[in-house]
Write a protein that binds this ligand. Structure first.
Ligand code: KG4
Ligand code: ZN
Length: 348
């Protein structure tokens, strides 16, 4: 089957064309196998950078402009590559941006009579897109049960996966998402937007033990997380001490270490409790190579036999191929989301 996917939930306009076969088993066992024919992303970073964050109306305007251009680049016609499904993100995200994608999906379905008849539109959760992005790599070796950590600009969630489709939310952040915290701390340090990659880069030059920032909720016996206190303690540190420019790297490294210590400790606690055989880390913050290194080190230290699965960097940050992957699982399960923007959509 061929899936055309559209993603416009935040500040990346993305479309993808994906071919897929297989069922709901794990990929090693006749499960879904994806072939990405095209995956295009038009980044809006330069537009939002002067504002230090995403401006919803500007994002919507850019999606409206970019969608027809990206769609044109797919060079679909009535004759070639008619998709069986048009997959579109319905939430969570910025409502005006979500509507832009949903309306565009409806428009392209209506462009040819044969598409009107045979192509179905299928709504997708952006979070499930991140969760299933690992399926895009045919080499991912998933064994269940698995614990998945979704770390993005809007969410920080721990999920237990009994198999590909049985999901249970174990916990999530009670305040800021970890990506949001990186972006806010980067702003305090006068680094540019988006802050995650900037902090990762400058932290490489710093000493992660230089400042002992708090690790919120580290020892609480639940799977919830919190990052706003960590951000505030960076703010107080900057206010109370006279910072030299060469200390920025130490602050970035110490902040990053504190945030990742919490993510890793909570994830490994879930792994032990539920006897998980794999860890999936997904979402924009999963693009951080220091996080991967720290996870590997902690897994080794605890002598755990685990597959650590992190999607390729281009599939950690927002993209439409992951929306196609998630749409296929929805299709196989007959799982339906209304074609209505749902900014607060989350795992149950
Ligand atoms: O998944 P994503 O592209 O969009 C959302 O769904 O939010 O995640 C974006 C977030 C931003 O907060 C960005 O700063 C963060 O992911 N991010 C990173 C890195 N690359 C992106 N955070 C830490 N290190 C990175 N290398
Ligand atoms: Zn995302």
């Amino acid at each position: 089957m061929k899936i055309l996917a559209i993603e416009t939930s935040c500040d990346e306009t993305a479309v993808a064309l994906v071919e897929v076969k297989g069922g709901l088993n794990s990929p090693a066992n006749s499960g879904p196998k994806f072939k990405i024919l095209k995956s295009l992303v038009a980044s809006q970073i330069k537009i939002h950078r002067p504002f230090g964050g995403v401006v919803p109306n500007l994002a919507k305007r850019e999606h409206l402009k970019n969608l027809p251009i990206l769609f044109g680049k797919l060079q679909l016609t009535i004759h070639n590559l008619q998709p069986n499904l048009v997959a579109v993100t319905v939430g969570p995200g910025l409502e005006p941006c979500l509507w832009t994608g949903i309306n565009f999906a409806k428009e392209i379905k209506n462009q040819f009579a044969s598409w009107r008849k045979k192509t179905k539109i299928i709504g997708v959760s952006h979070l499930e897109g991140h969760l299933y992005s690992f399926l895009l790599n045919p080499k991912s070796k998933i064994k269940f049960p698995a614990v998945a950590l979704i770390v993005s600009g809007g969410h920080t969630i721990l999920i237990l996966m009994k198999d590909l489709t049985h999901l249970k939310k174990l916990g999530e952040t009670r305040d800021d998402a970890v990506g949001e915290c990186f972006d806010k701390v980067a702003r305090l340090l006068n680094l540019s937007y988006p802050g995650g990659p900037e902090i990762e880069k400058i932290a490489k030059k710093g000493d992660e033990e230089a400042i002992n920032f708090p690790r919120p909720m580290l020892n609480q016996k639940n799977y919830d997380l919190s990052f706003s206190g960590l951000k505030t303690s960076v703010l107080y540190y900057l206010r109370d001490s006279k910072i030299q420019t060469d200390q920025v790297a130490d602050i970035a490294a110490s902040f990053q270490k504190a945030a990742f210590d919490v993510l890793i400790k909570k994830t490994l606690r879930a792994v032990k409790e539920f006897k998980a055989k794999s860890i999936i880390v997904a979402g924009g913050v999963a693009a951080n190579k220091t996080l991967a290194k720290m996870f590997k080190k902690a897994i080794k230290k605890d002598n755990l036999r685990l597959n650590l699965i992190i999607p390729e960097t281009k599939f950690c940050t927002d993209n439409a191929a992951m929306i196609a992957a998630s749409a296929y699982l929805n299709f196989l399960q007959n799982k339906k989301y209304k074609l209505v923007a749902n900014s607060g959509l989350n795992f149950k």
